[in-house]
Design a binder for this molecule. Structure first.
Ligand code: SAM
Length: 215
């Protein structure tokens, strides 16, 4: 049995601090949340590796650095309501749950949503709700949101996301084509969005009304 707390400490030092993640709350959440509990085989020695990992159904849990970077970009203070699009394993949802008041997360694949719900419940995260649906339409029932995080590659900022984001709210989205994207932060000022480009990235595609057709 490996010491997962020690592996997380190493992951935070070598993959995150070393690469410039500086928000102490983000670093503490990444050190606390048991990443191995969100992957299909918790004993997998690759659980804390510097790369994404398969979670089945052709989907992935993102690389730890990308999870930390996207979370840092949201600038969470603790009282926000966050919409996550693409629950996947539920790991990013748990990090958000540590750092905000409430998380609404949407996943299109029911079996992944079920597994994520179970992991989040077993770990006692009561401020996260996981819904099955097309997150390219956002999740109008619980809007408005203070922050939106999209964890699949999007061809555009979908209009429902902008409509469901509150004034002054921030969203972080991998924007581009199926094969390569730019991690982008968009901040809402009235009817306008102000864009900031962060870095290149590669995510699995957003499939749906404002995304791509299923292959
Ligand atoms: N945040 C996840 C984690 O921590 O494990 C990683 C998410 S994975 C990179 C992207 C997820 O987006 C996949 O689970 C995929 O099924 C989901 N997805 C793709 N299109 C979607 C859509 N239109 N609505 C909701 N989820 C979608």
């Amino acid at each position: 049995m490996h010491d997962s707390a020690a592996e997380r400490r190493r992951m935070v030092d070598s993959q995150l601090r070393h690469r410039g993640i500086a928000d102490p709350r983000v670093l503490a959440a990444m050190e606390k949340v048991p990443r191995h509990r969100f992957i299909p085989n918790p004993e997998d020695s690759a659980a804390h590796g510097d790369h994404p990992l398969s979670i089945g159904s052709g989907q992935t849990i993102s690389q730890p650095y990308m999870v930390a970077l996207m979370t840092e970009c949201l600038r969470l203070q603790g009282d926000e309501h966050v919409l996550e699009i693409g629950t996947g394993s539920g790991y990013q949802s748990a990090i958000l749950a540590e750092l905000s008041r409430r998380v609404t997360s949407v996943e299109r694949i029911p079996s992944l949503a079920d597994r994520a719900r179970e992991a989040l419940r077993d770990l006692g995260y009561l401020n996260v709700e996981v819904f099955v649906g097309d997150g390219s339409m956002g999740w109008a029932e619980d809007a408005p949101y203070d922050r939106i995080i999209v964890t699949a590659a999007a061809p555009e900022i979908a209009k429902p996301w902008t409509d469901q984001l509150g004034e002054g709210g921030r969203m972080v989205v991998p924007l581009g084509d199926r094969w390569g994207q730019t991690l982008t932060v968009a901040t809402k000022h009235g009817t306008k969005l102000e864009y900031e480009r962060i870095c290149g990235c590669v995510f699995v595609p957003l499939v749906g009304e404002h995304g791509w057709a299923e292959e």
